[in-house]
Unconditional design. Structure first.
Length: 73
């Protein structure tokens, strides 16, 4: 029982971290979109590429934690 409680706490902490990361990334995406409106620069498109890569990684992490949560239950 203690082990499952510990595992649940670890997963909760990680999910909170990913939630914060998602918020930060969405804010950054909004800012980059605003920048794109004003300045059409190549660096902005590179920035978007980096963001899309990070987004993909986060989605993978999130789905993995959901699987872990289901397994623990």
């Amino acid at each position: 029982l203690e082990l499952t409680i510990k595992a649940n706490n670890i997963i909760k902490n990680e999910l909170n971290k990913t939630a914060v990361m998602m918020r930060v990334i969405t804010i950054v995406i909004i800012i980059s979109k605003i920048f794109n409106e004003f300045l059409m620069i190549k660096s902005c498109s590179n920035f978007k590429k980096i963001l899309s890569i990070n987004g993909g990684i986060l989605i993978k992490i999130k789905s993995r934690y959901k699987r872990e949560l289901l397994r623990i239950k």
